[in-house]
Design a protein around this ligand. Structure first.
Ligand code: ARG
Length: 273
């Protein structure tokens, strides 16, 4: 699925303001740099090209390159982004740097009037692998109002958006509990979703594979699918069984320092192709 991603080096990465339940311990910056480079090399070894954006001092979460925008392609307007409206002020400051990067790389900017609402990019907005539709989490970071405004804009481009109400604060972003494995199969932690969200997921995928809450909190639902591999911070017999059924093999990358900020592999990149 992934051919090209955008990442941001963790030069200024830190845990300061507590934005989610994982953020309690200090990070080791040297280890974080090492782990980030290892993830980058693992992606490259899996045939994924990695582009980078320059990190900015004091923007301690800028390394989580999945959140500042939604990246899309439409026959009508070509490649585009929808800039995020981040819930936390410090993270709101990351957005213009990402917008500049995409503008300089030929993307058009679909700006929504999101005042008073939040929309956190690919933390909560995930393409169906065939890019026919978009799955949209809300409840902790993105708001229903933000997702509703996003849906209206995407409808004009021909992309249906399915809102999914998130109910477990350890799964505060959709990408912590929902991982498409192929056009037909998705990996989820079911306890993270309200009943109507689960129904929508079951109606939209041929195979819905479930991981446990412990697996989700261990970021095993935050993996990256790349050329037959599933890049994950750890694995269990259950995860390996699921991946085996879908013809994927697990590749482990240690992301301990980023997990102390509430993120792992999927959060640390945006798919740009
Ligand atoms: N500390 C960051 C935050 O709370 C982590 C973001 C993780 N990103 C993600 N896509 N889940 O905003």
């Amino acid at each position: 699925m992934a051919k090209r991603v955008l990442m941001c080096p963790p030069t200024f990465f830190d845990v300061r303001e507590v934005k989610n339940p994982y953020m309690r311990q200090a990070i080791d910056p040297v280890l974080a740099q090492h782990q980030w480079e290892n993830l980058k090399h693992t992606l490259e070894d899996s045939g994924v090209a990695v582009e980078t954006i320059a990190p900015i001092k004091d923007l301690e979460d800028m390394v989580f390159a999945a959140n500042q925008m939604f990246v899309g392609y439409s026959d009508r307007i070509g490649k585009f982004i929808v800039p995020s409206e981040m819930r936390y002020l410090i993270r709101q400051r990351e957005v213009p740097f990402y917008v500049d990067w995409f503008r300089n790389h030929g993307y058009s900017i679909v700006a929504l009037d999101l005042k008073g609402e939040c929309l956190e990019g690919h933390g909560d907005l995930i393409w169906h692998p065939d890019r026919s539709r978009i799955w949209a989490g809300y409840g902790f970071r993105s708001t229903l109002g933000g997702v509703t405004k996003f849906s209206a804009a995407m409808k004009e481009l021909g992309f249906p958006v399915t809102p999914l109400h998130l109910v477990d604060d350890h799964c505060y972003h959709l990408d912590t509990c929902f991982s498409p494995l192929s056009n037909d199969a998705v990996l989820i932690y079911a306890g993270a979703f309200a009943p109507e969200a689960l129904e929508a997921i079951r109606a939209g995928w041929k195979r819905v594979h479930e991981i446990t809450r412990d697996e989700a909190v261990g970021f095993m639902g935050n993996g990256i699918v790349a050329n037959g591999r599933y890049i994950t911070p750890r694995s269990t017999p259950n995860l390996e069984r699921i991946l085996g059924q879908e013809g994927l093999s697990p590749i482990k990358v240690d992301t301990s320092e980023f997990e102390k900020s509430g993120g792992s592999a999927f959060c640390m990149k945006s798919f740009i192709e």
